[in-house]
Design a protein around this ligand. Sequence first.
Ligand code: N01
Length: 533
Amino acid sequence: MTEQPSNNFDAIVVGAGFAGLYMTHKFKKQGLKVKTFEAGKDVGGTWYWNRYPGARCDVESWEYSFGFSTELEQEWTWSERYSAQPEILNYLKHVSEKFELREHISFNTKVTSGKFNEKTTKWEIATDSKNIYTAKYFVMATGCLSSTNIPKFDGLDNFTGQTFHTGNWPHEPVSFKDKVVGVIGTGSSSIQATPIIAQEAKHLYVFQRTPNWSIPANNEPLTKAKSDEIKSKYQELRKFQLKLPLAAQKAPNRQSAFDVNDQTRLETYEKFWEIGGLSFLGAFRDIPTNPDANATAKEFIINKLKKVIKNERLLEKLVPDHHVGCKRPCSDTGYYETFNRANVELIDSRDEQINSFTSTGIATTAKEYQLDAVVFATGFDAMTGSLDKVNIVGKNGLKLKDKWEEGPKTYLGVGTAGFPNFFIITGPGSPSVLANMVVGIEHHVNWIGDCVEHIERNGFKNIEVLKDAEEDWVAHVNEVANRTLYTTCNNWYLGSNIPGKPRVFMPYIGGFPKYAEKVKAIVESGYKGFAFS
Ligand code: N01
């Protein structure tokens, strides 16, 4: 490995999705010499990799966009209420060009390790192109849902058909015409892909381990009038957005489900159902915390489902046991309707489980299914997976992976003790996946930018998280999560989709505004919980 003088940077960023692009822009504007590495051959992150049929955002397009540039806001026009993957990818390409970020990015390059050198107080960062780079600041912008999970099914290597993972979809067109296809998984990715694949495939088997709750997105084209209206009050809308727990969606109702009579409850649910998508969870404030309130939401959804699924046995299979919201709910367009098609069959693990792959298909405990193609919609090693892939070593040779053996430990989700000048954008312990990701990203990038400015202005070498502050924060994150129903099922927030992963609730569930307030107070108190040297 070689280190060239030209390989010295002020800051190195890993990833060129929403987070990496904005971080690169921020550092560049601050006059720092910045280098960004991206494993893909273009920008986009999540929206570069997840190009499966039907891939679409479940946060409204204007909300899921950068607010840092009014010029960008005004020149970009979204075509639908919820943008599809190609449009978001084009937006990010546009951002990278508008702000001249590409010249700072090395594509097709994976960062393999980052080691803190205590003598030089710099990070030494190695890539798979066998170069070593050094930087004062090391930022992971690798995303929360980037490390794909293909379960270790017996016999998978022997399968001779095509295989795909929704999170690593080919860039070339994929045709399922005249093919018998199996989709494994029924989370958000499957719920979006299944209706589209069903339209093309000869036959589709959906292998369901656990059903999930899904609310129709009610997607629609964004008319010029609506778009103009949004553009005319973007800043106002964004200010309001920051006051919402999810930093997106419609304002939640602050009433309990039991503050109102049966009729009003029903009407309220109906109103939130009509809004569509994840806003539904805001119908009553105690849906995420009170099992009885949650049961009223379940009952409402089941009644809606009954209107679509007439076959009682099928309906039973599609209704989840877990509380609404415990697994991240899905937002769909025609998912349940798909099961009324003659070419679609639901294979429910409560009847038969996947045993193994054969050379020509999948063998369950009941029978063998002959398949031409299998789509793994089996999710991600969330929040820590992509950090684990890089050998990150802090002070005293401490490996991040070892430090986090029993679960991730951070302060505010942005830094971790023992790793000076190391930042994670929307890391575990921050609202991240439990709020609008773009708002979370902008908040973290601005925070990191300000923090770096503070370091430089004061002539400091390093910032480091204090252990006590980290322990208190981790305890707080867990304590807040334990007040909710989100810890009562198996979900990827808890890492329980990955065999052997410690069961720890990773994101901060206290809501974006509370989190932002706490972060602000910490900075105003002189970065309480951090030490500068
Ligand atoms: O992944 P998931 P995803 N055998 O983990 C099943 C975001 N996202 O890619 O529930 C059989 O939710 C697993 O079963 P179970 C969003 O935050 C957003 O769909 O673990 N099945 C589950 O059904 C989302 O939550 C958007 O029992 C197995 C499925 O695979 C997150 O990404 C769109 C299995 C995985 O579901 C992840 O969604 C897409 C096994 N061994 C994604 N292992 C939008 O913005 C796993 N499964 C709309």
